[in-house]
Design a protein around this ligand. Structure first.
Ligand code: HEM
Length: 464
């Protein structure tokens, strides 16, 4: 493996997409990890190209629909944290653990008290901050992408799905490093259970999956050579892609805001500039929407998110050399590459370079804002960088879900800040990055952080 460490040289690698290819590597790694036959092996003519083509349904007009759905689902799932299903309010004996039991009968009137009683309930709930981000982002993203169950608001088995997903994800670094699944204890059985969740018989019954998933279902149905579990494995891979990085990103985004009062105040003020006071006050009981235009106006929030991604992203961009050739790096330097060599970009080194980002370990929520607009000029050795922030990869292989990811992270922060008063109890150690997943995207936290929260309706939103 050859690491290209100077970010001024990144363009010379990224523009050689044909000779330095990502998809041979990703196809091999993903097929072994998720359990489907490699797409590019010749057994599935045209499938790889079609899969790539459908990624455009994560952008443009389709993105607006996806974003709209995510906003609604975030509110549904978060209200459940308050135990406030639509039009009903929880009894005092409700426990945080109840969150982990799927309730199909959210509307059952017996379980709930009147709104007035709920308003009087001013106690705080405590939960691990990562757990909070995990369950909310996992379920809201799932509902937005794959659709609703045939009956009720929550998919039966959602908690077991999450549990199995976590177990699978904990060995993900070993799978992607090609450790045979048979050597990884129960992983094969767990993956089998995950795949059966996405079996075509089940997925076909879900109501209103997003267009991206609908078109993938249709595409896979055109290939007789794909078995039912192969199709399920492709759907499961998209679940991993859509939540594997977004969950830790949601954690760091919220954690940094809650530990930096000046950032929190600026972001709150910006949010109150795009939603009305009435919407802010009623969000615990009534859905609000945030259009693309409103989300685009949240430039301090976007900068804060990008700063959290800069600090927590550890992905490597791997490219496989397709033929022997000489890669010219700049006017003076060139290297001879052999077919099959690996070339790796390591954006984390760039994200932590003090020449580019002064005091790189510090969280500065407004690092990516200048004169009221997004700041895009960053320098190394006084030369302007073409690539300076790469949590989503680079070039033509950049993450196709990046626009949705940024939107949903913005929505998550907006809804959480509007719906809850939040605090991190004093005396806790700072959150640390779990570096055991280095190379694999956004790192999760290594330690436990307690979050306390209660509905914001008990107090006017703080706009200061
Ligand atoms: C903070 C959240 C996210 C981060 C940091 C992230 C990061 C990445 C990275 C680094 C890659 C590899 C790109 C490369 O090496 O050039 C990637 C690929 C991918 N991502 Fe994301 N991603 C995120 C969210 C999402 C979401 C929400 C979706 C879908 C809804 C998604 C779908 C995908 C897919 C399908 C690929 C594979 C693309 C291909 O095979 O060409 N990602 N992502």
């Amino acid at each position: 493996m050859t690491f290209v460490m100077d970010p001024l040289l990144y363009p010379s690698v990224i523009k050689r997409g044909r000779q330095l290819d990502f998809h041979d590597f990703s196809d091999q790694a993903a097929s072994v990890t998720f359990g489907y036959p490699a797409v590019r092996g010749g057994r599935f003519p045209g499938l790889s190209e079609q899969i790539q083509k459908l990624f455009r349904l994560l952008q443009g007009d389709s993105l607006d629909v996806l974003t709209f759905r995510m906003m609604g689902n975030l509110q549904v799932v978060l209200r459940r944290s308050l135990s406030i299903p639509e039009g009903a309010f929880p009894k005092d004996d409700w426990q945080v653990e109840d969150l982990y039991e799927p309730k199909d009968d959210w509307q059952a009137k017996d379980d709930w008290q009147a709104e007035d009683d709920w308003q009087a309930k001013d106690d705080w709930q405590a939960e691990d901050l990562y757990e909070f981000c995990y369950r909310v982002m996992f379920e809201a993203t799932f509902l937005s992408i794959y659709g609703r169950p045939e009956q009720g608001a929550a998919h039966p088995g959602m908690n077991t799905l999450q549990e199995n997903f976590r177990k699978f994800d904990s060995v993900f670094p070993l799978l992607i490093a090609r450790v045979p699944i048979a050597l990884l204890g129960q992983t094969k059985g767990i993956r089998q259970k995950l795949l059966s969740f996405f079996h075509p018989c089940r997925i076909g019954k879900w109501i209103d999956p997003c267009e991206f998933v609908q078109r993938r279902v249709h595409l896979f149905d055109q290939y007789d050579t794909l078995g039912d579990l192969d199709k399920a494995a492709h759907h499961f891979a998209i679940l991993w892609a859509s939540v594997g990085n977004t969950i830790p990103a949601a954690f760091w985004s919220l954690y940094h805001l809650l530990t930096h009062p000046e950032a929190l105040a600026a972001v709150r003020q910006e949010i109150m500039g795009v939603v009305s006071q009435e919407e802010a006050e009623s969000i615990c009981t009534r859905d609000i929407t945030l259009t693309r235009e409103q989300l685009d106006r949240l430039i301090y929030l976007e900068s804060a998110l990008n700063e959290s991604l800069r600090l927590s992203s550890a992905s490597m961009n791997i490219r496989v050399v397709q033929e022997d050739f000489t890669l010219s790096l700049d006017a003076q330097r060139a290297v001879n590459l052999r077919k099959g060599d690996f070339i790796v970009l390591h954006p984390q080194s760039m994200h932590m370079d003090p020449d580019i980002y002064p005091q790189p370990r510090m969280y500065r929520f407004d690092r990516f804002v200048e004169a009221g607009r997004e700041k895009t000029d960053f320098y190394k050795h006084s030369q302007k960088l073409h690539y300076y922030r790469m949590p989503f990869g680079s070039g033509s292989t950049q993450c196709p879900g990046r626009f949705f990811a940024v939107n949903e992270l913005k929505q998550f922060i907006c809804v959480v800040l509007l719906m809850f008063q939040l605090e991190l109890p004093a005396g806790q150690e700072d959150a640390r990055l779990d570096t055991s997943r280095a190379g694999l995207g956004i790192l999760p936290p290594a330690n436990h952080i307690t979050l306390r929260y209660r509905p914001n309706s008990l107090q006017q939103p703080n706009t200061s």
